[in-house]
Ligand binder design. Structure first.
Ligand code: ADP
Length: 352
């Protein structure tokens, strides 16, 4: 895919060069009255996707220089008309170049805003919780450290004060239980709203989420293959929550892609019917799942990413289970990881 993208952009540059040469020849050989140079503006416009801003600016300037050169080399026609035509062509090229540069800047800003939105959407599940978690967990954790130190001191005495040490250990256990009940409360909070189940087409949900990631897939040269089963029964679940899960699994797959140039970057998504359920599968050619990673995948706040929150998979599991399904992961046969979830197929009698 990366190779394909590179070949495509080399082809585009070659096409631009050919078009410029053709315009130059036409502009030079025809009379002054024929304003062929205006076509350079079309060249600049069509190169917008293939070139970086600096290269685009250079292209605009080259087009202007070639327009002037053609004017000087043109042997025939009405000189004044030629002068006016050249002026018009130069200003058209300059204006189009300026507009195209602005368009590029606007597109980059929109992409950055979208990436931020994605991150916020992930983090908002946590908003308001982080402060209270930190606050509520700090107290029992500090107490555990104090009791641990005390226990060590009692044990280090000669003879060791076993009774005192046992009391300190009991306090540690009670505090650890307090901390774990805080975590249990947090988990029940992240469970959020009860699902609003309805009948819907899982394939359509997949397509919507994939379309949202289109820009990132292209930018990073990731090849996405979809094999969405035809004739799937509708599922019975909360469509918004299910899309949240699909989006999260897809983002994780993209995050796991190897950075090395030339590496294989592929994501396969498929859907299938299995008994009374519909199963969604996403397989990537990413870094894969080491055993220690696999053991913690679905733990809340467990992450290996520098900017990660580590709650996406935990929330995904809560959602899938609340909707009557199951989610699991396994290392892929070759490279990468496989994540799957199942959802109940909607019974016939359940209306939309
Ligand atoms: P986050 O994305 O914020 O780290 P998640 O709960 O979504 O939180 O994921 C937890 C961890 O699971 C990730 O940090 C990563 O180590 C691992 N993981 C998730 N998806 C994949 C994947 N497709 N390939 C490899 N590791 C993964």
């Amino acid at each position: 895919m990366l190779l394909l993208a590179r070949t495509r952009s080399v082809l585009r540059v070659a096409l631009v060069a050919v078009a410029m040469a053709a315009i130059f020849v036409a502009d030079t050989l025809t009379n002054y009255e024929v304003a062929a140079a205006v076509l350079y503006a079309v060249v600049v416009l069509s190169a917008e996707r293939a070139l970086q801003p600096r290269a685009l600016r250079a292209l605009g300037m080259a087009c202007i220089a070639m327009t002037v050169l053609s004017f000087m080399l043109t042997p025939r026609g009405h000189y004044h008309a030629g002068l006016i035509n050249m002026g018009l062509s130069v200003s058209a090229i300059a204006m189009v170049t300026w507009l195209v540069l602005r368009m590029q800047r606007a597109r980059a800003a929109a992409q950055a805003a979208q990436a931020r939105l994605e991150r916020i959407a992930r983090a908002q599940n946590l908003s308001g919780l982080t402060t209270s978690i930190a606050h509520e967990l700090n107290q029992p954790l500090a107490a555990i450290v104090t009791s641990g130190n005390a226990a060590q001191r009692w044990l280090a005495q000669a003879p060791p004060q076993l009774d005192k040490a046992r009391q300190a250990l009991q306090r540690m256990q009670a505090d650890a239980e307090r901390a774990s009940s805080v975590i249990a409360r947090v988990r029940s909070l992240t469970r959020g709203e009860p699902p609003q189940a309805s009948r819907f087409d899982l394939n359509a949900s997949v397509r919507e989420i994939v379309a949202l990631s289109h820009d990132r897939l292209q930018e990073e040269g990731i090849d996405l293959h979809q094999a969405l089963a035809a004739g799937l029964p509708p599922v019975w679940a909360d469509p918004v929550q299910v899309q949240q899960v699909i989006g999260n699994l897809l983002l994780n797959a993209l995050d796991a892609m190897p950075a090395a140039p030339g590496a294989r970057r592929e994501v396969h998504i498929d859907t299938a019917r299995e008994g009374d359920t519909v199963v969604f599968t996403i397989r990537d050619s990413g870094i894969g799942l080491a055993p220690e990673v696999q053991a913690h995948l679905f733990d809340a706040f467990w992450t290996t990413k520098p900017q990660g929150i580590g709650i996406g998979l935990s929330i995904s599991r809560t959602i899938v289970e609340a909707n009557g399904g199951r989610i699991w992961a396994e290392p892929a046969a070759g490279l990468g990881a496989v994540f799957r979830f199942s959802l109940p197929a909607a019974p016939q009698e359940k209306l939309p």
